[in-house]
Ligand binder design. Structure first.
Ligand SMILES: [Zn+2]
Length: 465
């Protein structure tokens, strides 16, 4: 039995209880100096008080809750019998650690807390609860230095029931979860996710909690290691362990602190949160399509095959790009240009669509020129390469790149290719079929990829005969 407590950074501009900026961008980490996005609130200065909680963070929690089919705990349900009439009280979760300047963490979880949402199901796995809390600072135990840049960032915690049975199942589910949450831009992709993983074997071993595992691949490794250990050692006591990624093994940690050790009390400085039904309904009606809904739409509306539809829906930017281009050009024509050619260029440059500026207008212009037979496919592919990092209009360059269809002109190109490549010509005559493709390639090269492929093929055959 495997259960997860997943922590993700909510993709908000500001921290939870102050107006400091958030920047999780891993790439730029070196450029962001420690302790630059800080203020008296998120460094826990004596006398400082939190501001009203960031409404963007609460909204993103509600969006996530709805995407995961959980029930949001609203405060204005007048139905007496309904349990769904709840006020959310911020808790102070106390513990003493260098990364926690106030001595407590503000959270909507804990013994006396009511979570933002509960009782859901996502892709067959039950969701127990969904919380919001603030992140502590980052402490480096080697140097003793503390960086408060992330202190006070809003974290969402998603707790599942122990419904998973294999590491592979966990990995697939997590990928779908991250994809789904990326559709509502709820969690910061740059910051990634962390998870605490609970593992036990039913009727054989007691539960082990593995703390703070940092990526999906490490989560898989940690689960597989721990399942083997449980089979062998059959642990009889609950235990908290840490994952040592370097040694690829779990190690014993302190005995698990019970909830009582944290001395939860409600925070007098923070207002009780009341989420009303109207807000939930409003967010629900504006909720974007889920990856599953998008996939079904692509297959039904645009008649796209399952595999291509999956390639598109696995990336929100890509599928939105496709939908935009499809408004102006035949979707089945646009499809391979996006799933094959555009992805080829992006992969070659080791970059993703959201990191470049390719306008759908420029892209459509290029495809239209191919469709109208103004450009050869080869030429268009070459132009597409120049769309990184920023696309441009091809209109002014169309005439100089125009497809050559004039037979006599192409014949001259063929003659030149034959003349320049005596060996290939002889090889072809000796029965070497590959030499023909080589000569065709040469024609494309000397015509600067402008010669019409079909005509070039016909003329070359004639000449070689
Ligand atoms: Zn601050």
């Amino acid at each position: 039995m495997i259960g997860l407590e997943i922590h993700g950074y909510l993709a908000t501009k500001e921290k939870l209880f102050c107006r400091c900026n958030i920047n999780h961008d891993k790439e730029n980490k070196e450029q962001i100096k420690p302790n630059t996005n800080i203020c008296p609130i998120c460094t826990g200065q004596p006398g400082s008080k939190p501001l009203i909680p960031n409404s963007e963070a609460i909204k993103k929690c509600i969006q996530t809750a709805l995407m995961l089919n959980t029930k949001v705990n609203t405060s204005d349900n007048t139905d007496e019998k309904s349990k769904n009439n709840k006020k959310l009280v911020w808790q102070r979760k106390h513990y003493s650690w260098p990364d926690l300047p106030k001595g407590y963490q503000n959270t909507l979880s804990g013994t006396y807390a009511i979570p933002i949402a509960e009782n859901g199901k996502f892709l067959g796995i039950r969701i127990r609860e969904l919380h919001l809390e603030e992140d502590p600072a980052a402490w480096d135990p080697v140097t003793g230095c503390i960086d408060y840049n992330r202190s006070g960032s809003p974290l969402i915690e998603i707790v599942t029931e122990p419904d998973f049975t294999t590491a592979e199942e966990v990995s697939n589910w997590l990928k779908q979860l991250i994809l789904t949450l990326s559709y509502i831009k709820a969690i910061s992709k740059e910051a990634g996710i962390k998870a605490d993983v609970n593992v036990n074997i039913h009727k054989i071993s007691e539960r082990t909690e593995i703390k703070n595992v940092n990526s999906i691949s490490e989560i898989v490794n940690a689960i597989n290691y721990e399942l083997k250990r449980h089979e062998k050692e059959k642990p009889k006591h609950k235990e908290t362990r840490r994952w040592n990624a370097e040694k690829q093994k779990t190690e014993q940690m302190r005995e698990k602190e019970g909830a009582a050790d944290y001395r939860f009390i409600s925070d007098p400085d923070l207002p009780v949160i009341k989420i009303n039904n109207r807000l939930v309904n409003e967010i629900n009606t504006k909720l974007p399509e889920s990856p599953k809904e998008k996939l079904e739409k692509l297959i039904k509306k645009h008649k796209i095959g399952q595999k291509d539809a999956e390639v598109l829906t696995n990336n929100l930017e890509l599928v939105e790009f496709f939908e935009e281009v499809s408004k102006k050009i035949n979707p089945s024509f646009a499809l391979s240009w996006i799933t094959t050619e555009l992805l080829r260029v992006l992969n070659y440059n080791k970059i993703t669509l959201d990191q470049v500026f390719i306008s759908t207008e420029h892209f459509t212009e290029l495809l239209q020129a191919v469709k109208d037979k103004k450009l050869t496919e080869l030429k268009a592919k070459q132009i597409l390469n120049t769309f990184i990092p920023k696309s441009h209009s091809i209109k002014s360059k169309l005439s100089s790149n125009q497809r050559i269809t004039d037979k006599s002109e192409i014949k001259k190109l063929c003659e030149q290719a034959i003349k320049n490549n005596k060996k290939a010509t002889d090889d072809f005559k000796a029965g070497e079929k590959k030499a023909f493709d080589f000569l065709l390639g040469e024609i494309m090269k000397i015509s600067n990829r402008r010669a019409d492929y079909q005509i070039a093929k016909e003329e070359l055959i004639k000449l070689l005969k």
